[in-house]
Design a protein around this ligand. Structure first.
Ligand code: GLA
Length: 529
């Protein structure tokens, strides 16, 4: 009995041990799966230091506006509220609200104005230079904001835009420099219900008897919407197509371009995305450069005639090498490819493709590799667009995404759910030193230095003579990545700063080496001591 018992016990123990081990492994796997599936934050992945209580002024160092047009700018600043703002050498046509930091008025006569912003609170004070360039150029740094597409698709309502504007301020996104609140497709009536537009309430006449475009019932007051966004110091954007229909079959601008441009300006919109969609059917099969340029040139000229600064976003997926002529037809940024869609495993290849057009990146002229889909985003099953859920990217992949976009001076449009801005999402979106790389006034895109099939460097020249370098690992294993000075064209001693952690790493000679996680980017800034 005893022997039997003693025989059985170890087996039972072992069986129990294996069972517990199996449970522990399964739990570990599940936790890793959930972490991956949900990109859940933990203490180790919050790289961006919390903003301090003393004021820190953020935002672009250079800003374009057109003389005589309405002016609106909210000074981005973190720090304990209440803050008191002031500005020296602000043109007389502008006035600053000292408690909100919102500047309004009329853009001054042509010229450069060297303004200095200041902010103070009970903990301290800060200043930051701001060069206002009154002329024809807009978007002297890449536009930053939020777009409705990858979270609301064909469900978007004006109420979502208002809530996004509220959240942009409440979450601190606006204090980091995010400014535009943009509705994508589906704000206007559609001609008929389709698989892409199943909601019958979105169907109705596309235009009234006078030819005015008809918003659908979820957008009852377009001017009221723009006013609401403006009251927060933010800017409003909208979308249409040069074709008769947008990509979801809603009303486009074809043959009503002048009327629509005027209407958008009268409503008070500050940004237009112009999406090729059904224009392709009009353009026929023998397309040439003129075919691609014509509708954008027309709208570009119309927008410039409005008494309003409207940033013009070309969305035609890179056809006819749009980066070569987008600025000449009045564009400020252009998609370089088709939709990034939900294939977020393509971020590295998309970035490498987009970077090949880097030579065309300059102030007022930006390559756009599509939106930032982090945090909670939508999804698509067949023709159904699903409710938002946590994005499938790991934290390393999300930091890599933002690093690559900033190195390429891409427009920074978050297209996730503004109701689910968790700590990780804000850490990825709101690091001012990382954003400064994107917003650098020189306007260069990074060039790529290939190291191995899995690793490469992205090297970006910055206005102060320093360089931002991304140590990029698109492989499936962690990698040691070396930055040799001759590969990035620097010499002697270099101070290296880790931009995500906002930490100086020391002074290095000849090279800097770091381990970079799989699907990760380490982002550093190098300058001479
Ligand atoms: C195209 C664009 C997307 C989005 C949709 C809307 O696919 O590339 O960014 O605007 O249309 O229908």
């Amino acid at each position: 009995m005893n022997r039997k018992f003693s025989c059985i016990q170890p087996n039972r123990y072992l069986a129990g041990f294996h069972f517990r081990l199996a449970i522990a492994l399964a739990a570990g796997c599940l936790a890793m799966f959930l972490l991956r599936a949900h990109g859940s934050p933990d203490a180790a992945v919050i790289l961006t230091p919390q903003p301090g209580s003393t004021p820190r002024l953020n935002g672009p160092l250079v800003y374009g506006c057109r003389p005589g047009n309405p002016f609106l700018y909210r000074i981005p600043c973190t720090g304990l509220r209440p803050l008191i703002f002031s500005a020296s050498d602000l043109p007389k046509t502008l006035s600053l609200d000292a408690s909100t930091g919102i500047i309004t008025g009329t853009a001054p006569p042509k010229g450069d104005y060297e303004v200095t912003f200041a902010a103070k609170n009970s903990r301290g004070a800060a200043t930051r230079k701001f060069k206002l360039v009154a002329g024809q150029a807009l978007a002297l740094t890449p536009a930053m904001g939020w777009n409705s597409w990858y979270v609301y698709f064909n469900r978007v309502r004006a109420a979502d835009l208002r809530a996004a504007a509220d959240a942009m301020v409440a979450s601190g996104l606006a204090d980091a420099g995010y400014q535009y609140v943009n509705v994508d497709d589906c704000w206007m009536n559609a001609e008929r219900a389709t698989k892409y537009m199943p909601d019958p309430h979105r169907v109705g006449p596309l235009r009234d008897a006078q030819g005015n475009i008809q918003p659908n019932c979820y957008f009852p007051d377009m001017k009221g919407l723009a006013d609401y966004i403006h009251a927060k110091g933010l800017k409003a954007g909208l979308y249409t197509s040069p074709g008769p229909r947008t990509c979801t079959g809603s009303g486009g601008a074809y043959q009503h371009e002048a009327q629509d441009a005027q209407q958008f300006a009268e409503w008070g919109f500050d940004f237009l995305k112009y999406d090729w969609c059904s224009y392709g059917n009009l353009a026929g099969t023998n397309k040439n450069l003129e075919t691609y340029q014509k509708p954008y040139r027309l709208m570009g000229e119309l927008l410039q005639r409005q008494n309003r600064d409207i940033v013009f976003n070309l969305c035609q997926y890179g056809m006819g090498n749009v980066w070569e002529w987008g600025a000449a037809v009045g564009g400020h940024c252009w998609r370089t490819a088709g939709d990034l869609g939900f294939e977020l495993d393509r971020i590295f290849p998309v970035a490498l493709m987009n970077a090949t057009h880097g030579a065309w990146s300059r102030p007022g002229s930006w390559n756009d590799p599509d939106y930032l889909q982090i945090g909670w985003i939508g999804a698509q099953r067949g023709t159904n667009f699903l409710e938002p859920h946590p994005c499938p990217l790991t934290p390393d992949e999300q930091y890599a995404y933002m690093s690559l976009w900033c190195l390429m001076a891409a427009p920074l449009f978050f297209s996730g759910d503004m109701h689910h801005l968790d700590e990780l999402t804000l850490s990825v979106l709101c690091n001012p030193e990382v954003i400064d790389v994107d917003q650098d006034p020189l306007g260069r895109s990074a060039t790529v230095v290939r190291l191995t099939p899995a690793t490469f460097l992205m090297v970006k020249e910055l206005a102060d003579g320093s360089k931002a370098v991304g140590l990029c690992n698109q492989g499936k294993m962690p990698a040691h990545i070396s930055v040799h000075w001759n590969a990035i064209n620097v010499t002697g001693q270099q101070c290296v700063r880790d931009l995500w952690r906002q930490k100086d790493l020391g002074t290095f000679t000849g090279e800097f080496v770091s381990e970079v996680p799989q699907h990760g980017v380490m982002l550093v800034r190098l300058h001479s001591p």
